[in-house]
Design a binder for this molecule. Sequence first.
Ligand code: NG1
Ligand code: ZN
Length: 540
Amino acid sequence: ETQIASLLKSSELYPIPQSLKLSYGTAGFRADASLLESTVYRVGILSSLRSLKLNSSTVGLMITASHNRVSDNGVKLSDPSGGMLSQGWEPFADQIANASSPRELVSLIREFVEKEEIPMGGGGEVWLGRDTRPSGERLLRAAEIGVGSVLGSVAVDLGVLTTPQLHWLVRAKNRGLKAAESDYFENLSTSFKCLIDLIPVEKLESSRSKVVLDGANGVGGQKMEVLRGFLSGLDVEIRNTGRDGGVLNEGVGADFVQKEKVVPLGFGLKDVGMRCASFDGDADRLVYFYVPSESCSGDKVELLDGDKILSLFALFIKEQLNSIDDEGKETRLGVVQTAYANGASTDYLKEIGLEVVFAKTGVKHLHEKAAEYDVGIYFEANGHGTILFSESFLSWLVGKQKVLSQGSDEHDAVSRLVAVSNLINQAVGDALSGLLLVEAILQHMGWSVQKWNELYKDLPSRQVKVEVPDRTAVVTTSEETEALKPLGIQDAINAEIKKRQRGRAFIRPSGTEDVVRVYAEASTQEDADSLANSVAQLVK
Ligand code: NG1
Ligand code: ZN
């Protein structure tokens, strides 16, 4: 009863704005920040319940709207494993976020607690992080109140973090490992150094060039400044840290560069040929780019997107696996992409003999599929991805590392894989660790960014978003590549596709914005553009 009183009392403080209708979506709840206090408060409650359900393991709560505009914000949970909130809990998240009154909220919670048999004895723990958005502090307070209104649960404010940092810290905490922010930096820099130390001598003379980072005026650039202090063997120049008046995600960042295919603010002709990288607003996405020498205005870029990063990683991992006697285990290396992957990348990956599977948009779907392999690599074209090592494969590797003779090729290959598993975030895609791995591999191969880009040539593509009154009117197959509703639209799309060489196009409702997304590719840019536009007309 005191529990109910506590919930009723705190929820009076956070009335839900009229006509707010939210869905947990591909990336938690997102909306204009001014609308979100009641939502974040409620997700605070949810996170306490999640912790209690899982024997008081630590749960993470992140306040961010990633690459969306600075006036937006959002909230999402990390499960104790460091992965996304279990999908089984998403419907309850939707229900409580949309409960129209304190009484309805409390009765939904009561029902759920009973159904899930959540032990309400107290002892829940939630770690909170936020990105650099100005609304973050206020929303963080709302989360704290929500967590604390479940009696006996505590909220720990970890301050400004990247999304992947929070996931990493939560994962480490629940594994009984050291889980302070400095441990994260320590871990990244040590494993990066391992990879650099293992570069074959004959490759070492290839000069080490600088990488220039666009921090999207967000948390990622600022954390890279800290990480740089821990590192040796890497020269990073950091722009768009947000301290020089730039606005978060405005004309900068991975999403902007990937969708617009132009340089971010602060980059231009002076950077011709330089290896450049972009993070998104919460640093869970990474893309590379360079300004080609034939560029006149200096604003067009050659983009190396998530697919190219995936290809580089896959090549490197495969090379190491090939040098190891797997004692007949038939190590399973798998690659996971979405329908947004450039067709040329899929062709390339298959050509080099890899198993490629497809998942629905949203990292939770990719992650799940990648976890089925000994080594599973997943990336969204937009630059979110990572490499997962299964527990059993990793312990086999570590065992092998102990018995092989130091300095042998096989020992080196094993050690590289172990270092990659430590460097690359096992919880979610992480732009900081992804950048370090790209840099280590390029040094290992002795490759420039241009050389890397030549792995394959992207098919011309175009993405547009269409604002519609009701995006849920579009319903797709589970693969997302065919529209089932509105009736007849898929036939019309197919007719447009047929008119172009190597045409491919699909539509789906966004899980994070109030739009329907259109993706198109074809053998020429003109055709990709016109295909995207014709399909967009069909959606309108
Ligand atoms: P939606 O809005 O559902 O398309 C976008 C990205 C996803 C994922 C989420 C989370 C595209 C086409 N979609 O989802 O891949 O990154 O945001 O941030 O890039
Ligand atoms: Zn992000």
